[in-house]
Write a protein that binds this ligand. Structure first.
Ligand SMILES: *Cc1c(COP(=O)(O)O)cnc(C)c1O
Length: 373
């Protein structure tokens, strides 16, 4: 009987999301208790202690504010953007889904980067859109010329994460100007800044540069990474205009952001000093790791995030198993052209040391295998 039910092929045929392995699963698979979870770009320092204080006021029996007014007001003040242009999501990933539902129709075209963030492809496909992938250059820099050519076809949405997940670099000011100039009136630019807080000082603030442009855009940011609230699910979209924000709001479920998430996000915003201090520690560890990895003569592109993308010179699935056997969860990249890359989150210093030690062992193992064959 089950076979006679007709499913939506756009959804039924989606590939599974490549989520990082859960710590409990890693413990039971390896029998190890000490697991370094370096696959999902979480904040290894946790979140501001003010979050726990705020959560003491949680009343689980009441529906949360579906409009997230207090949080939107706080963001409106921080960003200098009208609250009516801000939509809060159950993670910014929900806003990727909402923007697709708001804009796409069957057979719309969507452009996304490769290597890129999986949901920039999965959500458009779920909505029946056709995907065009724009590669980065051979040395994994943004290819502005390739983007310009893709935009000439006037896609419905152009998705880009800057800084790039999984590669790491952010668009420079001149590159972002070029990109903005190439976006046609018919195209919505979705500028995913999930790692904005980790950027260098001279990286442009996408929100500010886009505010000065005439294009349609959505900027995405999240509390999951720098603010350390990944488990509570809260992120947001800033839309170029109110009509777009309202349509995205209609495209989500009404009570999408739970009460704990709203309280926590407001408290986290009130303690930016905590966030900045943890980001500074992550950045200094990232620099230390990048130098150590490069000294092994492995390719590791420049990163302005809390992770590094590394060409380990062998199959990423094999590398994943190697690290797991040492109690370290990394993310094996699965896009076929990048199947020798892993993405590793910058963790606590001791976790990073363990990672570097296991990476040296992996390199030796791969060298021996080459000599033997
Ligand atoms: C982590 C991430 C997100 C989604 O984060 P949420 O936890 O859903 O807020 C969105 N875009 C990119 C590029 C990310 O890396």
């Amino acid at each position: 009987m089950a076979e006679t039910l007709r499913l939506n092929p756009n959804v039924a045929e989606l590939p599974p999301y490549n989520a990082g392995m859960n710590i409990a699963v890693a413990r039971s698979k390896t029998g190890l208790t000490e697991i370094a979870a370096l696959a999902s770009n979480e904040n290894p320092y946790g979140c501001s202690p003010k979050v726990a204080v705020a959560l003491a006021n949680l009343d689980p029996s009441r529906y949360a504010d579906p409009a997230c007014l207090i949080l939107r007001d706080a963001l409106s003040k921080k960003l200098g953007v009208a609250g009516s242009r801000i939509v809060i999501g159950n993670g910014s990933e929900e806003m990727i889904a909402a923007v697709c539902r708001a804009v796409l129709r069957p057979f719309s075209t969507v452009v996304a980067m490769t290597p890129g963030f999986g949901l920039h492809e999965i959500e458009p496909r779920a909505n029946g859109a056709k995907i065009v992938k724009v590669p980065m250059t051979k040395d994994l820099r943004f290819d502005l010329e390739a983007m310009r050519i893709a935009l000439k076809k006037k896609p419905s949405i152009f998705f880009i994460s800057s800084p790039s997940n999984p590669v790491g670099p952010a668009l420079k000011q001149s590159q972002l100007s070029h990109l903005i100039a190439a976006v046609p009136r018919e195209t919505l630019l979705v500028f995913d800044e999930a790692y904005f807080e980790f950027c260098d000082e001279n990286t442009p603030d996408g929100l500010k540069m886009l505010a000065d442009s005439a294009i349609s855009y959505v900027v995405l940011r999240t509390f999951s990474k720098a603010y350390g609230l990944a488990g509570l699910r809260v992120g947001y979209a800033v839309a170029s205009d109110e009509r777009l924000a309202q349509t995205m709001s209609s495209a989500k479920t009404p009570f999408n952001v739970n009460a704990a998430a709203q309280l926590a996000a407001v408290a986290a915003l009130e303690d930016e000093n905590w966030m900045r201090a943890s980001v500074a520690s992550v950045i200094s560890e990232r620099k230390r790791m990048a130098i150590a990895i490069a000294s092994l003569e492995l390719f590791v592109p420049e990163s302005q995030t809390n992770f590094l993308f590394i060409d380990v010179g062998g199959d990423s699935a094999m590398a994943f198993d190697h690290f797991l056997s040492h109690g370290i969860i990394v993310k094996p990249w699965k896009e076929p052209e990048f199947a020798s890359f892993i993405r590793v989150t910058v963790g606590l210093a001791a976790e990073n040391d363990r990672f570097l030690k296991a990476l040296r062992l992996l390199k030796d193992k791969l060298c021996e295998a080459k000599v033997a064959s």
